[in-house]
Every structure is written in structure tokens, then in C-alpha cells.
Design a protein around this ligand. Structure first.
Ligand SMILES: C[S@@+](CC[C@H](N)C(=O)[O-])C[C@H]1O[C@@H](n2cnc3c(N)ncnc32)[C@H](O)[C@@H]1O
Length: 281
């Protein structure tokens, strides 16, 4: 297979916890060969897209509990041209009034294609690419005031649509997503991170958040997959709690800058972990 052009193979959304900073280190640490690729916390899909563009993936299974994200990726897979038409028809510009009108419309409609187009607009024009909903499950991220947020090209959407043809897209909890993973498959876990401190706690990904119990559940799932002969890689924050959970595996500490931090002035370099159950060079 020829290597795919990188121009169009890029994420559609800015996503909290997006892995663009860590990508080179992650790519360096993937297993040499594997069968099906699983990414159960898909978010912005940065690693999936890179691995496809490097011809490392033939078949994949992705999932996220965020319904809007699921709906967007399904739409890109199944109805890319309708999504492009819908985006071309959007009349919202880059100003506060238009943004809040778009947000209101998004919160009042159910059509999957219209919702996908609006999600892209809101993600690019809203504050920090956040996805956050209130207690009635209404999207409530404020306007982002960016100079030139831009929208994805039709080439970008078409390229991702082609890529998604060999990808099973799910809307389920990570445990269910990896249920069918077999020996020599490869699972990459990128869970919502543990808070580094109470004040930096950020639960903007989904309605429910991801707590210590979920982290423990994830570590068990990691162990179970490892026992089955699946290659497993995970990124997580470098805290004592996480190091203890994965003490039997390979821990690589790397420098990374968070995309999203609740304290804007503290966006400094912080340590993250790349955990694997296999040796890497
Ligand atoms: C750190 S983000 C993933 C970032 C992604 N790797 C990227 O590059 O953009 C974590 C994702 O996990 C999802 N999530 C939260 N709880 C989950 C669960 N129990 N099962 C599956 N996905 C979950 C969130 O909706 C969020 O999109």
C-alpha cells in the first residue's frame, strides 16, 4: 500500500486531552505488527488517523461514550457528502451572536447530519474546543473568540470517510469495546486523566466523568487483555496512584503539555506515562 497524503488525514475536532503533543512518542512505542486496532476512548482520534496515514492499520474498532462524537464519526463514515453540503449551508459566522444562535439550535435538534455540522462549528468556535453539557444535557461551552478558527475542508471529511470504511464505530463503555480483542490485536487506551490536584480536576468530557473506580476497572481490563496476548498501550498522568496500578508493566515517563487545563496560567510541561505490556526499543 502507498503512504497516504497527510494533507487530509487530520482530526476534525480539537478535543480535550487531544494527543497531538504526545503523538511522536506514541507512534514510536506501538508494536511492530498487529491485527485489529482498538481505540476505546477515541476523542479526537489523533493516533488512529496517524496510524492509518502511515499504513499501520488494516482494520479497527473505535468507541467513545460521548454520543455526539459517535454520531459525528458515523455521519462522516456513512454520509460524508451530506455533511459537506450541510457545512456549506451553515450561515453562522465567527461572532458571539452567531455562536450562541448555533448553540441554541444544536440543543434543540435531533437530525444526525445537522447536529454533526453544528458540532464541528461549535467545537471550532467555542472555548478551547471543550465539550461540556449542563445537568439537562445541553451543550453549554461559551464563545471562544478566535481570530481565524477555520472549518474542515471537504477533502479532510472525504479522507476520513474512506478511512472509517474499515472501522467499526461504537458508542459504549471501554470494557465492552475491547470484549472481542484477541491475541495479536492492539488496544490503545487514552482515558480521561486523573486529576493532578483537586483544583485541576476537569470533567468536561462527558456527563458522567471518569473516577478512581473507573481507573481501577481500566487497570483490570488492561491486565485481562494482556493475559489474552493482546498488545496494550495506555497514556495516563504520571501520579503515584497510576504508577501503583500498573507497577507490573512497562512505564515510560514523557514530557507533555496539556491542551486543556482549568487554570490557564499553569499550562506548563507536565509528566505523562506511556504504559505498555510489551517491550519497546
Ligand atoms: C482523553 S480523551 C481521548 C483523547 C483522544 N485520544 C484524542 O487524541 O483526542 C478521553 C475520551 O474518553 C471518553 N470516555 C469517558 N468515559 C468513557 C468510558 N467509560 N468509556 C469509553 N469512553 C469514555 C470521553 O468522552 C473522551 O472523549
Amino acid at each position: 500500500m502507498e503512504s497516504l497524503s497527510n494533507e487530509y488525514y487530520k482530526p476534525i475536532l480539537k478535543w480535550a486531552g487531544g494527543k497531538r503533543q504526545l503523538l511522536p512518542a506514541l507512534i514510536k512505542n506501538i508494536p511492530e505488527k498487529f491485527n485489529t486496532y482498538y481505540e476505546p476512548f477515541i476523542g479526537g482520534a489523533a493516533l488512529l488517523i496517524s496510524l492509518y496515514s502511515l499504513n499501520k492499520i488494516n482494520e479497527s474498532v473505535i468507541s467513545d461514550t460521548n454520543k455526539d462524537l459517535y454520531n459525528l464519526y458515523k455521519t462522516i463514515k456513512e454520509n460524508p457528502q451530506q455533511l459537506i453540503d450541510e457545512l456549506n449551508n451553515l450561515e453562522f459566522k465567527n461572532n458571539k451572536d452567531d455562536y450562541y444562535k448555533a448553540r441554541e439550535l444544536f440543543n434543540s435538534i435531533n437530525d444526525p447530519i445537522e447536529r454533526s455540522a453544528l458540532l464541528i462549528y461549535l467545537n471550532r468556535h467555542g472555548y478551547n474546543g471543550l465539550y461540556r453539557v449542563n445537568s439537562s444535557n445541553k451543550f453549554n461551552v461559551p464563545f471562544g473568540k478566535y481570530n481565524n478558527p477555520g472549518m474542515p475542508s471537504s477533502g479532510n471529511i472525504m479522507a476520513l470517510s474512506e478511512l472509517f470504511q474499515s472501522c467499526t464505530i461504537m458508542n459504549s463503555d471501554f470494557e465492552l469495546t475491547v470484549n472481542n480483542a484477541r491475541k495479536d490485536d492492539f488496544v490503545y487506551f487514552d482515558p480521561p486523566y486523573m486529576p493532578l490536584s483537586k483544583t485541576s480536576y476537569f470533567t468536561g468530557y462527558t456527563h458522567s466523568g471518569f473516577d478512581e473506580k473507573d481507573q481501577e476497572r481500566l487497570a483490570k481490563s488492561f491486565q485481562k487483555l494482556s493475559d489474552k496476548g493482546v498488545y496494550v498501550m495506555e497514556s495516563n498522568s504520571s501520579t503515584d496512584f497510576i504508577k501503583e496500578l500498573y507497577k507490573d508493566f512497562n512505564l515510560l515517563e514523557v514530557d507533555a503539555r496539556r491542551n486543556i487545563n482549568s487554570v490557564g496560567t499553569k499550562r506548563n510541561s507536565i509528566k505523562e506515562l506511556i504504559i505498555t505490556n510489551y517491550g519497546v526499543a
